[in-house]
Design a protein around this ligand. Structure first.
Ligand SMILES: Cc1cc2nc3c(=O)[nH]c(=O)nc-3n(C[C@H](O)[C@H](O)[C@H](O)COP(=O)(O)OP(=O)(O)OC[C@H]3O[C@@H](n4cnc5c(N)ncnc54)[C@H](O)[C@@H]3O)c2cc1C
Length: 405
């Protein structure tokens, strides 16, 4: 094991949350290192759409989001099970911009590097270094398999849904995680002039009668990214599924089989896939059934940020922004606590930080979002449950969606 370097901020994971934290901390003059297990930042594409918020101008540069969006921003459109009822356009949100994942991530890395942030790619964090349950640093393995250590004032665990940090501190992710299929394709059967909005298809438990009668409730979606390119996918809605007698939790193979059938057979949805050239297809996980209770781990020194904290909004399509905002808020709070370049993890400081974070707008918004979406899903997927009944009450559902969004 080699000797340890010291940084004010050790950031684990170069996704959008980790990169935001790095930029904000470096702008405040802190020493920052980002450890990323992949060969580049954001090695696997995740979200490709975002609404515009002031934070994005601060982090990315004024008007940057708009400049990389190929299609004009648009509102969501909802389809009832089987695409039977007229679509519902829910325009209560600010509209969404669509962009290429790589463009966004590379831009953020450039900003961070210009600010002097150190990046260590191919560096997989293995565990926290703890003294009296306070995190003092990390051990990581580089591409040659060598183990190194780094120590610092604080570790920001921005390592996503499978957070090694969360696992070390016994976070129960089984109650938070939802499987989601992500698909990117070119030459989709889409006329961008006619369909420029993100399309969402509700699939009730019992909708896939012939195929998978006990499949959990799900939402399939198509995002027109630009030209004939789409991002599409299917997220299983697990909040209520574990307690539903009519649901059997599917294996990964069963999920992919259902996904394959939706692409070729599902009314409305399958139209987009005619003649398509798939570019990327993977089953992954999104933490949108709840968030962790404690963001500060153990007795301090490490904080869960972004997906590692289950901090996506509950309908799953604003995780980029909310993770970024959470990162900014935490770095601002923590930076205030440095005294002579040291951060003391006393009980008083931990209590103060938790109290301050819990008072923030972003924390309250996410908490409320989980409550409202939980209630909405209880109505639609547990009370109404079947495609037949969801279709019968479709107008009410659209109204509820507007309230919950
Ligand atoms: C299919 C899908 C579609 C989505 N669509 C949207 C959307 O359109 N809009 C939106 O706003 N949100 C969307 N989301 C949610 C959004 O992508 C996430 O909320 C967001 O990416 C979370 O950012 P993060 O930085 O917390 O985590 P991540 O982006 O997952 O970043 C974690 C990083 O940590 C690295 N890492 C992991 N473990 C280690 C380790 N041990 N050591 C070092 N590095 C490690 C990973 O390689 C990765 O780079 C989507 C999510 C999915 C899965």
């Amino acid at each position: 094991m080699k000797s340890s370097d010291f940084y004010n901020y050790i950031i684990v994971g170069a996704g959008t949350a980790g990169l935001t934290a790095a930029i904000v901390a470096a702008r405040k003059g802190h020493s920052v290192v980002v450890l990323e297990k992949g060969a580049m930042a954001g090695p696997k594409p995740r979200g490709e759409s975002m609404a515009h918020y002031p934070l994005l101008d601060d982090i990315l540069g004024e008007g940057y989001l708009q400049s990389i969006a190929e299609v004009k921003p648009s509102y969501r459109v909802y389809h009832s099970p089987g695409d039977i009822k007229p679509v519902g356009n829910v325009d209560v949100h600010t509209p969404y911009y669509f962009f290429e994942w790589r463009t966004l991530i590379d831009h953020m890395v450039n900003i961070a590097q210009t600010l002097g942030v150190t990046f260590l790619f191919n560096s997989e964090v293995r565990e926290p270094i703890r003294e009296s349950n306070v995190c003092k640093g990390v051990t990581y393995q580089n591409i040659s398999g060598e183990t190194h250590t780094l120590s610092g004032n604080v570790v920001l665990a921005c390592d996503g849904y499978a957070s090694i940090f969360g696992q070390h501190y016994h976070v129960d992710y089984s109650k938070i995680h939802c499987p989601i299929v992500k698909f990117l394709g070119k030459d989709a059967n889409i006329d961008i002039e006619k369909v420029s909005s993100p399309q969402f298809y509700f699939i009730g438990n019992g909708d896939l009668v012939d195929l998978a009668p006990n499949f959990p409730p799900a939402v399939a979606y198509v995002f027109p990214i630009g030209g004939k390119n789409i991002e599409a996918g299917m997220m299983l809605r697990m909040t209520k599924a574990f307690s539903m007698k009519s649901v059997t939790i599917p294996t990964d193979e069963e999920i992919m089989e259902v996904w394959g059938n939706l692409k070729s057979l599902y009314p409305g949805f399958s139209e987009f896939f005619k003649g398509i050239h798939p570019e990327y297809e993977a089953l992954t996980v999104m933490p949108n059934a709840g968030m962790v209770e404690n963001f500060i781990l153990g007795e301090g020194g490490a904080i869960l940020i972004g997906d590692s904290a289950g901090f996506v909004d509950a309908n799953g399509s604003s995780g980029l922004y909310f993770g970024m905002k959470m990162a900014e808020v935490w770095v601002n709070l923590l930076s205030e606590m440095f005294v002579e370049n040291q951060l003391e993890w006393t009980l008083k400081n931990r209590k103060y930080l938790t109290k301050q974070f819990n008072k923030t707008e972003v924390y309250k918004t996410i908490k409320t979002s989980y409550k409202l979406i939980g209630l909405f899903e209880w109505v639609i997927f547990q009370k109404l449950r079947t495609a037949k009944r969801i279709n019968r009450f479709w107008k009410v559902i659209i109204w509820l969606l507007k309230v919950a969004s």
